[in-house]
Write a protein that binds this ligand. Structure first.
Ligand code: FEO
Length: 389
C-alpha cells in the first residue's frame, strides 16, 4: 500500500498530478495539483475521505490494495476530481455506504449515476463514530459548490476540508512546512475558485474558528501543519480590506494603448499608488486573478477591434466578472482607429463588479497632450480615492 501515515490509523492515499497544467480547461496550474484522499482505520470502522480524479483511479486503488473492508466513502464535495472514483471504489467494496451532505445526494446521482440506496446523508453537526475516532460533519456551503462540507476529527484535531483551504500544487512534501510557495498556490486557488463566494466563506470560517485544529487536510495540495496561517489568510482575502493598488489588464496592437497604460502607470506610481500590469497577450491569468484578490481599482485597457474591445480584453473582463473581486473602483482606457464602442462594451461585460466607475479615457490613434492630461486627472482621482480607503 503506497500510503503515507499522518497519525496512527490515518493515512494519505491520494495521488500527485505533476503534469497537469490546466484545470477546468481554464485555470493555469504552474505546479500541477494533487487529489488527496484520506484513509481512516479506526477500532470499529474504516472510512475513506474523498477519492481522486478518475484519470488516476488505478494508482488510487493500488494505494488501497491491502484494505480488506471499507464501511464509509465520505465525499465532502461532488466535483469529479474528488468524487469521480467513487463508482470504482464501490465496485471493490459494494457494502460501503457513501456519506455526503443532503445537497450532494442528487449531484452524485446525476453526475456519477450512483444508486441512491448506497448514499446516506448527514446533517450539519452530525457525528459518525468510527470506534476510537469520530467525524463531525460541518456544512460549509459554497466552497465552491452548494453542497460542500468539511469533516472534523476531534480526537486528532484534524479538519478535512476538501477544496476549502486547499492549493493546487503537486509536491513530495506531505505538509506545508511554512513554505511560501504553498501559500501562493493557495491564494491562486482561492482567487479563481472561491472568490465569488466571499460572503458565504466568511460564515464558514466562523464555524471553522470554533474548532481546535492542529492539521488542515485539504483535498488539493499539502496538509497544513501551520493551520493558523491559511485560516488567517482566508479571513484576510474574504474581508472588505483592499490595498492601495491598481490592476491594469491590457492589450496593445500598434502601441497606442500600450503608451497610455505606461503613462497612466507612471502617473499613479508618482502619486504613491502601487500598480500591477498584465499584458494579456502573454500573461498567466492566474497571476491576474491573484492580483485582483485585494486591489482597490481595476483599469481595463484595450485597443478597438471592429468597434469593440480586443477579444483577449473581453476574455479578461468576463473572467473578472465571474470571479467577482472586491475592487471598489474601475475605469476604462483605450484607443481606436476610426470608431469605437469600447467603453459601453467593456462595462457591459462586468455587471457583477460592484464598483464606482471613475471614468474613461479613449483616444483616436496616438495619445496627445489632451489625452495625457485626462490620464493624469484619472490618476489623481484614483490616488485621492485610495487615500480615503
Ligand atoms: Fe477540487 Fe471543486 O473540485
Amino acid at each position: 500500500m503506497n500510503a503515507r501515515i499522518i497519525r496512527e490509523g490515518i493515512y494519505a492515499v491520494g495521488v500527485q498530478d505533476w503534469s497537469r497544467r490546466l484545470f477546468d480547461s481554464l485555470i493555469p496550474l504552474p505546479d500541477g495539483t494533487s487529489y488527496n484522499s484520506y484513509l481512516i482505520q479506526a477500532s470499529e470502522k474504516t472510512a475513506v475521505i474523498d477519492t481522486v480524479d478518475p484519470a488516476y483511479v488505478h494508482e488510487f486503488m493500488d494505494n488501497l490494495q491491502q484494505i480488506e473492508k471499507l464501511d464509509y466513502i465520505i465525499t465532502l464535495h461532488s466535483e469529479q476530481d474528488h468524487s469521480g472514483s467513487i463508482p470504482m471504489l464501490l465496485e471493490r467494496f459494494p457494502r460501503a455506504l457513501v456519506i455526503c451532505s443532503p445537497k450532494a445526494k442528487d449531484l452524485l446521482v446525476e453526475h456519477l449515476l450512483l444508486d441512491p440506496a448506497v448514499i446516506r446523508t448527514v446533517e450539519d453537526g452530525e457525528i459518525i463514530s468510527l470506534g476510537d475516532k469520530s467525524l463531525r460533519f460541518v456544512h460549509t456551503p459554497w466552497v465552491h459548490w452548494p453542497e460542500t462540507m468539511v469533516a472534523y476529527m476531534k480526537e486528532e484535531r484534524i479538519l478535512f476540508s476538501c477544496d476549502f483551504l486547499g492549493s493546487h500544487s503537486a509536491s513530495s512534501e506531505l505538509y506545508d512546512n511554512d513554505d511560501p510557495a504553498v501559500m501562493e498556490a493557495a491564494k491562486r486557488y482561492y482567487s479563481e475558485i472561491m472568490m465569488p463566494f466571499r460572503s458565504a466563506i466568511r460564515g464558514n470560517l466562523k464555524k471553522v474558528r470554533e474548532l481546535e485544529i492542529e492539521l488542515v487536510a485539504p483535498s488539493h495540495g499539502p496538509i497544513w501543519n501551520h493551520p493558523e496561517k491559511i485560516i488567517a489568510a482566508y479571513e484576510d482575502w474574504v474581508s472588505d480590506r483592499v490595498e492601495n493598488k491598481v490592476v491594469i489588464p491590457y492589450i496593445t496592437m500598434h502601441g497606442s494603448t500600450g503608451k497610455m497604460v505606461d503613462y497612466l502607470s507612471k502617473e499613479l506610481i508618482r502619486r504613491g499608488v502601487k500598480v500591477e500590469l498584465f499584458d494579456l497577450s502573454v500573461t498567466d491569468i492566474g497571476k491576474l486573478a491573484m492580483a485582483l484578490v485585494d486591489a482597490a481599482t481595476i483599469v481595463i485597457a484595450s485597443p478597438t477591434v471592429h468597434v469593440g474591445p480586443h477579444p483577449m480584453v473581453a476574455y479578461a473582463a468576463i473572467l473578472a466578472n465571474a470571479i467577482k473581486p472586491k475592487a471598489r473602483y474601475a475605469a476604462v482606457i483605450g484607443s481606436y482607429g476610426w470608431a469605437t464602442k469600447l467603453v459601453d462594451n467593456i462595462l457591459g461585460m462586468v455587471p457583477n463588479l460592484k464598483v464606482e466607475v471613475l471614468g474613461a479615457v479613449i483616444c483616436k490613434g496616438e495619445a496627445k497632450a489632451a489625452t495625457k492630461q485626462e490620464l493624469s486627472d484619472l490618476a489623481a482621482m484614483i490616488a485621492k480615492k485610495h487615500r480615503k480607503l
